[in-house]
Design a protein around this ligand. Structure first.
Ligand SMILES: NC(=O)c1ccc[n+]([C@@H]2O[C@H](COP(=O)([O-])OP(=O)(O)OC[C@H]3O[C@@H](n4cnc5c(N)ncnc54)[C@H](O)[C@@H]3O)[C@@H](O)[C@H]2O)c1
Length: 328
């Protein structure tokens, strides 16, 4: 069943069974809107959508979003049930395992780029004209300058970052051709409930298996910006409500320069397994495509009127007990 009926505004969400979508869909439904979600469950889980499964304003279809014909049909079916052609399409489906995409570039071609291409195609075929897209700080690659949205040229160092940048380019072309408006959000590292990946998630899983030791990739000095998922979704909704150019691109992140991976490891160990020994594998990068440090500018978003309440350290501290409790 992919149709939702009623007078509420409609949202179509790809990657609906994933981490960020879990929080986003909760917010959209709480606002009284209707949501149809799509996911192939490659990395997301049915548990992540279980809370909405019985809501009459929510419907879910298991689907490979990179399958252009199937997605166009699915959008058409959703619109048949709820003919809101001003619906926002939230394109969140992607490969979220950067290392897997380094080992097998096909994964990012299919899940990170082709899902975008297919989403744009399905929108064009169905007369849908408003897109919100989850991009990433990984598009910036290893640049050491202050990372503002208008800096360039950009040379990502992971297939994931490359396919996200290619997605941004495809969206820019679609805005010229058939979209009325698009928002591109460049996310930092996001933490919180319903996580499906990330350093905290990995640390919690490792400590469940071996509570006396924690192996950390790299030397622990990689420094990254962290944001709570609730604040990320708050920023996305704020940008959609306030940024009215045809193509809008925003970094979303905390105001600080981030915290180290060592800080994350120590916080998780302190909470979950205080006697565990932390061992660092060494090197300034945890893996090929890992960006050891970057300086993210969120000035544009602050000028628009949004700032987070929690910094990187606070976000990590708040997420640690949640991620640990949800880990297996
Ligand atoms: N969480 C972060 O720290 C972070 C940082 C930067 C960008 N992002 C981006 O935000 C979006 C959401 O990320 P997330 O953290 O929720 O990741 P996630 O892996 O939890 O969610 C992505 C979802 O997309 C689905 N998916 C992947 N390929 C698909 C396909 N071909 N067809 C259908 N579904 C498919 C997965 O099953 C998963 O449920 C992604 O686009 C991600 O690249 C996330």
């Amino acid at each position: 069943m992919t149709g939702v009926r009623g007078a509420a505004r409609l949202h179509l969400v790809t990657g609906a069974a994933g981490f960020v979508a879990n929080c986003l869909i909760g917010r959209l439904l709480a606002a009284g809107d209707a949501v149809v979600g799509f996911d192939n469950l490659s990395r997301g889980t049915l548990a992540n959508i279980a809370t909405f499964a019985n809501a009459p304003a929510f419907a879910f279809q298991k689907l490979d979003v990179s399958d252009r014909a199937a997605l166009a049909d699915a959008f058409a079916a959703a619109l048949a049930g709820h003919p809101d052609y001003s619906a926002t399409v939230w394109h969140l489906a992607a490969n979220s395992d950067i290392q897997a995409g380094v080992e097998n570039p096909d994964i990012d071609l299919r899940d990170t780029f082709m899902t975008t291409f297919s989403t744009l195609d399905a929108m064009r075929r169905n007369g849908l004209r408003v897109l919100a897209f989850a991009s990433t700080s990984a598009v910036y690659g290893p640049l050491t300058a202050k990372l503002r949205e208008d800096i360039g040229p950009l040379f990502p160092i992971s297939n994931y970052g490359a396919m996200k940048l290619a997605s941004e380019a495809a969206i820019s072309a679609a805005v010229e051709a058939h979209l009325e408006r698009a928002w591109i959000f460049r996310f930092p590292n996001v933490v919180g409930s319903a996580a499906t990946h990330g350093a905290l998630y990995d640390f919690a899983g490792k400590l469940r298996r071996t509570p006396d030791k924690l192996e950390v990739l790299g030397d622990g000095n990689q420094q990254k910006a962290y944001l709570l998922v609730e604040e990320l979704v708050d920023a996305m909704l704020f940008i959609c409500a306030h940024a009215a150019d045809r193509l809008n691109c925003f970094n979303i992140g905390p105001l600080d320069a981030g915290v180290t991976v060592r800080f994350l490891a120590e916080e998780m160990v302190r909470h979950a397994a205080p006697s565990a020994q932390i061992r660092y594998t060494g090197g300034d990068r945890g893996w090929v495509g890992d960006v050891p440090r970057f300086s993210y500018s969120v000035k544009k978003l602050r000028r628009l009127g949004w700032s987070p309440k929690t910094g990187s350290a606070g976000a990590v501290r708040a997420a640690v007990p949640v991620v640990w409790q949800e880990s297996k």
